[in-house]
Design a protein around this ligand. Structure first.
Ligand SMILES: Cc1cc2nc3c(=O)[nH]c(=O)nc-3n(C[C@H](O)[C@H](O)[C@H](O)COP(=O)(O)O)c2cc1C
Ligand code: SF4
Ligand code: SF4
Length: 421
């Protein structure tokens, strides 16, 4: 059958070609007058160590890249890295690896800042912009320890071709090398943002560490200080002790500590901040798959960055994520990110509104599925499960309805029922 591409003139016997009708969801975003072709950002980390990496990040499908952070001269020890500097826990031993990757693992690392000094860093940002042109947004990341350093870096970055600037006050371990900066200086973020806003001629975000008593309050103060956006995606710090050597694995000190399991921690801050802030939020702790990007946008984010996700799945994963998001949005009828931004917020309640002690909720077992393994019994702390020859049985009078047996049952034989109320 002949194809008809102009629906107004499709004649008899012609099949209408719907390609022209297929509208792709609009993934664009905007912050401070800067346009982003999609909300995916390659976070400041090894993949953005120089202009080559930044170019690869954009070619891999991301809307923006954040260069690895420039530390001021007082933190220049961070320009030298331990070797090796990465430690992955619970990663390679995942069944099916490397075709299948785990969702819960830890990347522990000690890689503080860019290896570049001030001039080299600015020159590299310029090269990145020249290579990428209008195909993507280049974000320079600055991290000072003194007001003089912030002052110098802001003046210098003004002279570059960076589209956007990030003030990084989040490094989880910089303060451990004896310099007051990053997570060790996060309470001063509003003061720093105010001082830098007077110098910067470009739009800027402030990346805030969650390692402080109230990151959302700091985000609010940073907004008042003139930031165009806040970035709430910093990792925690920590180490794991090798019991054979009684020392931390790897380089012997704390390092960045995180992985996809931190997404819940990130979503909490983003949703809390989204309720209070008027400026856009850059989010992204623990992004591992495209659904995580949607999750952050539903919690109120405008851009979503990935560090570990890109490091372990490669630059090209951004393209896959963008396509998957776009397809999903098309299927759901969402036309743009505005349609989903913040839509989860009304469904997120505070703990005082949670329904407690609802009547008649207890577990039940599908004996056709149950293989009598007893896994549920060992995790039932209400003594409500008996494993018999025919399968597990629930004593509804003892069952508290906690739901643990459903979560642990390997056969999906346990399920919850509500018999009253
Ligand atoms: C190896 C490594 C190096 C990093 N370097 C920087 C940095 O120089 N500047 C910065 O702001 N964040 C840095 N980060 C933090 C990431 O930008 C990101 O905020 C963090 O990894 C959380 O996101 P993720 O869970 O997607 O990795 C680094 C992270 C990793 C893993
Ligand atoms: S864990 Fe599941 S399969 Fe195992 S005994 Fe309990 S209900 Fe049966
Ligand atoms: S819901 Fe909780 S209390 Fe009830 S049987 Fe399962 S584990 Fe036990």
């Amino acid at each position: 059958m002949r194809k008809c591409f102009d629906k107004s003139i499709c004649g008899p016997g012609q099949q209408r070609d719907y390609r022209e009708d297929k509208r792709m969801a609009d993934l664009t975003a905007e912050i401070g007058g800067v346009k982003f072709k999609n909300p995916i950002v390659v976070g400041s980390a090894s993949p953005t160590m120089d202009y080559v990496g930044m170019r690869e990040g954009i070619e891999g499908g991301a809307g923006a890249v954040i260069g690895k952070s420039l530390f001021g001269d007082s933190g220049k020890l961070g320009r030298k890295y331990p070797r090796p500097r990465f430690r992955l826990f619970d990663y390679k031993d995942y069944p099916g690896y490397p075709d299948k990757l785990p969702h819960a693992f830890t990347l522990n690392s000690l890689e503080e800042c860019s290896r570049f000094g001030y001039e080299e860093y600015m020159a590299d940002i310029n090269k990145a912009k020249q290579e990428v042109g209008e195909r993507g947004t280049i974000i320079a990341s600055l991290s000072g320890a003194t007001m003089d350093e912030w002052d110098t870096m802001c003046h210098m970055v003004n002279e570059t071709q960076a589209d956007f600037v990030e003030l990084n006050i989040s490094c989880p371990f910089a303060a451990d090398m004896g310099v007051t900066m990053g997570a060790g200086d996060v309470d001063r973020a509003p003061t720093i943002a105010k001082a830098c806003s007077k110098i910067l001629s470009k739009p800027f975000s402030v990346k805030i560490s969650p390692q402080t008593s109230d990151p959302v309050e700091i985000a609010l103060a940073v907004e008042k200080a003139g930031a165009c956006a806040v970035n709430l995606s910093a990792r925690l710090s920590g180490f794991v002790i090798d019991i054979e050597t009684a020392a931390p694995y790897g380089w012997g000190s704390i390092g960045g500590y995180g992985g996809p399991y931190l997404i819940g921690y990130g979503l909490k801050f983003v949703s809390q901040a989204a309720r209070k802030l008027s400026i856009p939020i850059i989010s992204g702790l623990g992004v591992w798959e495209w659904q995580d990007i949607i999750r952050y946008i539903m919690a109120g984010a405008t851009l979503v960055q990935s560090g570990v996700g890109i490091m372990l799945q490669g630059y090209g994963v951004s393209k896959k994520w963008a396509e998957a998001m776009s397809n999903w949005m098309d299927q759901k009828g969402y036309e743009s990110l505005d349609d989903i931004r913040g839509i989860a917020l009304p469904n997120i309640i505070t703990t005082d509104f949670v329904e407690r002690d609802p009547e008649g909720v207890h577990a039940a077992i599908d004996t056709n599925k149950c293989n009598k393994c007893g896994v549920c019994k060992r995790s039932c702390f209400y003594d409500a499960i008996k494993v018999t020859r025919t399968g597990a049985i629930i004593n509804a009078n003892k069952c508290d309805g906690c739901g643990m047996c459903v979560e642990v049952c390997p056969q999906d034989a346990a399920y919850m029922v509500k018999t009253r109320g």
